[in-house]
Design a protein around this ligand. Structure first.
Ligand code: F6R
Length: 608
């Protein structure tokens, strides 16, 4: 995710900003930049790529000044490029802005601003903010910022430096973290604690709908309505490593907890007043959707497991037949592709060699290729005809968690989007689906607060040598992901089985005490799954079941039941995934493994 740093004080700001940005590098980024108020006015330096490239640029053309803002960008709108890097400025070079988050109504605002004569130099959503502030500026930068953000819808944390009032920085937070660091004769802005930790441990934490005005000598906090806020300063006693993980022990745990936010960001701007799905960036027209005769989904590993769920989602909502392939198999099996085939490749990194090769193969055969990926500017994103970006933010832990679950959200959105064109859902059904979808982030948030049961279960399985996950339908697809997660970080052997298939051979492996994790969230298949649970119980298995809230009858059969909040059956994987990720996580931690960097694995697999 993007990073923000700001400085105002008595020291030269260039190096403070650069050092702050370097402290945010661990979060992942594709470009970086700074704006500094110098003797010559407001000046910007920005560049695509590593911070070292920005540094080289600054070595050649240094900026001297006591106030500045800096940014590391993770592209959400517009590819990584110098022009799209932050800071962005207004046309008079009087106002510069850095921004984290997503402006939902940026297209509409851009159109309005263009009509007023403002010229846009980038493809970002952020640039509308600098022009809006310029538009509203009438001698008071704080008021201009306040008026600008009142027009903006979405999630944002912004920092503003202006030539009009260079002795001030203005910061605003709405659903994207921002802190104000307080020093002596100097003050700081940071999206994250590491950015400013070297200089101060005293911070104000901004809440949503609040802004801060910083001078070198003081900080004023106020609401967006202009009411002053008195707030206690917060003393940070974390070391840098803890701060990088936002207080979590590992990146994986942090990323598991970031999932509600990733869901919100992936949905953001794509749902129109609870009634319809808008997928800007997906160029597939209604006529093209109606002409599709089949869909192929191609991916590797965890992304493949997301595609398996995507298959059920798309088939149920559109009735178009879907095949799912492992990318490493797809290109060599001579798939039957024709021009009415839509091929959807799924890849967090967008750089996986097999997935990329499958994409190229599909294009050669004339298919329309859509990518679901997390990385704007990645090879997959560049080469596909259409891209549906997940907005999970950078994923640092090798084991994928928030990227996987955001892929599920992308499939839900895509399924509904296609169903609109095909008219396979009436308005009532569509609105009901959307209402359930919009509830998922808060339901997941609630689930993530109650972890005691999972920790106890992890103790129980941490000394086992092998175990099974079973389930039917969507539960089976999710079981595959749960099994992979456990294997890759705990190194315990596990297998995912379609619950009805176990008795055709592998039941022989069940003995006294073998743990079986039975996913039973699909209510229509519940009776069948319960029969399969009884089969393994009869052979001595210790059964941990996962069920939707209210299905207490499972307690009669299983040894333990984990409950998942109630939603429609199509969406249960987006909730049930969390306890399964956490089970893998705590099991691996108890075994003393390096959870973020499991042995033999790499985050991005760029070899075949
Ligand atoms: C497992 C995991 C991998 C990736 C796979 C594909 O936790 O992360 O299985 O899912 O290597 O990677 P992407 O999605 O980047 O194509």
């Amino acid at each position: 995710m993007c990073g923000i740093v700001g400085y105002i004080g008595k020291r030269d700001s260039q190096n403070i900003l650069l050092e702050g940005l370097k402290k945010l590098e661990y979060r992942g980024y594709d470009s970086a930049g700074v704006a500094i108020h110098t003797n010559a006015g407001l000046e910007l330096r920005k560049s695509k790529g590593r911070i070292s490239e920005l540094e080289t640029r600054l070595e050649a053309q240094p900026l001297a000044g006591f106030a500045g803002i800096g940014h590391t960008r993770w592209a959400t709108h517009g590819k990584p490029s110098d022009a799209n890097s932050h800071p962005h400025a207004d046309n008079d070079m009087k106002i510069s802005v850095v921004h984290n988050g997503i402006i939902e109504n940026h297209l509409q605002l851009k159109e309005e601003l263009e009509q007023l004569g403002y010229q846009f130099l980038s493809e970002t959503d952020t640039e509308v903010i600098s022009h809006l502030i310029s538009h509203h500026y009438e001698g008071n930068i704080t008021d201009a910022v306040r008026m600008a953000v009142s027009q903006v819808r979405g999630a944002y944390a912004i920092a503003v430096l202006s030539e009009h009032e260079p002795d001030k920085l203005v910061a605003v937070r709405s659903a994207s973290p921002l802190i104000i660091g307080v020093g002596e004769g100097e003050n700081f802005i940071g999206s994250d604690i590491p950015a400013i930790l070297e200089h101060t441990r005293d911070v104000y934490i901004l809440n949503d709908g609040e802004m801060a005005v910083l001078t070198k000598d003081g900080v004023e906090l106020m609401t967006l309505e202009g009411n002053f806020i008195a707030r206690e300063m917060f003393r940070i006693d974390w070391d840098l490593m803890t701060a990088e993980k936002n207080g979590y022990d590992t990146f994986m745990l942090k990323e598991i907890h970031e999932q509600p936010r990733a869901y919100l960001d992936t949905m953001r701007g794509r749902i129109d007043e609870g009634k319809s799905i808008l997928l800007t960036g997906v160029g597939l027209s209604a006529v093209e959707i109606r002409g599709l005769t089949q869909i192929h989904m191609v991916a590797c590993g965890t992304a493949y497991h997301a595609a398996l769920i995507g298959k059920t989602v798309i088939e149920r909502l559109t009735r178009i037949p879907v095949e799912v392939d492992l990318a490493s198999e797809y290109r060599y099996r001579m798939p039957v592709i024709h021009k009415n085939t839509l091929v959807i490749v799924v890849s967090q990194s967008g750089e996986t060699a097999d997935t990329l090769a499958a994409l190229r193969e599909a294009k050669q055969w004339g298919a329309h290729v859509m990518a679901i990926t997390n990385v704007i500017g990645s090879s997959v994103a560049r080469e596909a005809d259409d891209v549906l970006f997940t907005q999970a933010g950078p994923e640092i832990a090798v084991a994928s968690t928030k990227a996987y679950s955001s892929q599920l959200i992308a499939f839900y959105l895509l399924g509904m989007f296609m169903a609109q064109s095909l008219e396979t859902l009436d308005q009532k059904a569509l609105s009901e689906l959307i209402a359930n979808l919009e509830r998922l982030p808060s339901q997941l948030e609630d689930m993530l607060k109650d972890l005691d049961q999972i920790q106890l279960l992890a103790e129980l399985i941490s000394n086992q040598n092998h175990l099974f996950f079973i389930g039917r339908g969507l539960d089976y697809s999710l079981a595959m992901e749960a099994s992979l997660k456990l294997k890759e970080i705990s190194y315990i052997h596990s297998e995912a089985y379609a619950a009805g298939e176990l008795k055709h051979g592998s039941l022989a492996l069940i003995e006294e005490g073998t743990p079986v994790i039975a996913l039973a969230t699909q209510e229509l298949l519940m009776d069948k799954t319960v029969s399969n649970i009884k089969e393994v119980k009869a052979r001595g298995a210790y059964v941990i079941a996962l069920a939707m809230e209210g299905n207490t009858e499972l307690e009669k059969t299983a040894d333990q039941v984990i409950y998942v909040p109630r939603t429609i059956s199509l969406f249960t994987p987006a909730l049930a995934v969390a306890p399964l990720q956490l089970l893998a996580y705590y099991t691996a931690s108890i075994r003393g493994n390096d959870v973020d960097k499991p042995r033999n694995l790499a985050k991005s697999v760029t070899v075949e």
